[in-house]
Design a protein around this ligand. Structure first.
Ligand code: SAM
Length: 266
């Protein structure tokens, strides 16, 4: 999984402040939390206190500047120290979870505006990051949710973000789910996951299996990244809705202006 490579190519920030977000110098070194092996259930009381304090100190609670002002999130913003710091001073893995990506914003907006799409359904948020799309699914009445990511810190950020929105955290799986067989889900959602060609190929194959084995509906949010626009998955997509991105998101994403929700129909 070319996560680090993707981060540089994908760095959404203006060059004068991108140092903060470049490659971190070492991996998190965190102990394996319960959700590392199995979907985690419960409240945030098991969060490592040191890590919780680090996240609270180095992120800002915000609900502005995105397509979903009704969702509050802990994000890295210009008011955070590490926004301006040299990238190699960031002590953990690349903080994808600290950004609310335009693909996820579009998906979350769509789920909030169209609760029928998720109400009473089981939903997998693949590559959940900050967890906003899973949170939107929960707010819209999904009956079962699993947020999944490969970064354990994302798991902690998701728990904190659930609490911010007065939601009991849903199960979180920290694992490369693409290595696992497809479970039966009514809906799989993926926000901004097509940022790397190899990852895009793996996702495409995995999603095809989801669709063919379980007839799972798959919704993809993407702001028109080259790895998505140039991928063969394009022939199997139906446009659901396109959103104009808010100005702050445009500025942080090198001029991307819209983000689209696609229905995958192989
Ligand atoms: C660009 S971020 C998108 C986050 C979120 N969906 C959003 O739109 O705000 C991509 C996320 O996918 C996660 N990721 C990458 N490969 C993954 C995989 N194989 N399985 C699960 N998560 C993965 C990364 O750690 C990162 O949090």
């Amino acid at each position: 999984m070319a996560l680090s490579l993707g981060w540089r190519a994908f760095a959404p920030f203006p060059m004068n402040c991108c140092g903060v977000f470049l490659k971190a110098v070492r991996s998190s070194g965190l102990p394996l939390f319960p959700w590392g092996r199995c979907p985690w259930r419960g409240t945030g009381r098991f969060l490592d206190p040191e890590m919780k304090a680090f996240l609270e100190e180095n992120t800002e609670v915000t609900s502005s500047g995105s397509l979903t002002p009704e969702i509050q999130l802990r994000l890295l913003t210009p008011r955070c120290k590490f926004w301006w710091e040299r990238a190699d001073l960031w002590p953990h893995s690349d903080p994808y979870w600290a950004i609310y990506w335009p693909g996820g914003q579009a998906l979350s907006r769509y789920l909030l505006d169209n609760p029928d799409v998720v109400r009473g359904k089981s939903v997998l948020d693949l590559g959940s990051g900050c967890g906003a799309t899973a949170i939107a699914a929960k707010m819209s009445g999904a009956s079962r949710i699993l947020a999944t990511d490969i970064d354990p810190i994302a798991g902690m950020a998701i728990i904190l973000n659930c609490e911010l929105n007065q939601l009991n955290p849903f199960p979180i799986l920290i694992k490369n789910i693409l290595d696992l067989e497809q479970d039966k889900w009514d809906l799989v959602v993926l926000g901004d996951m097509f940022y790397d060609e190899d990852l895009a190929d793996s996702l495409h194959q995995w999603l095809k299996n989801c669709f063919w084995i379980h007839r799972t509906q798959v919704l993809i949010g993407d702001p028109g990244r080259p790895q998505f626009r140039g991928h063969s998955i394009q022939h199997q997509l139906h446009k659901v809705v396109e959103y104009s991105l808010p100005e702050p998101t445009r500025q942080e994403n090198n001029g991307l202006t819209t983000s689209t929700v696609w229905d995958f129909q192989p």
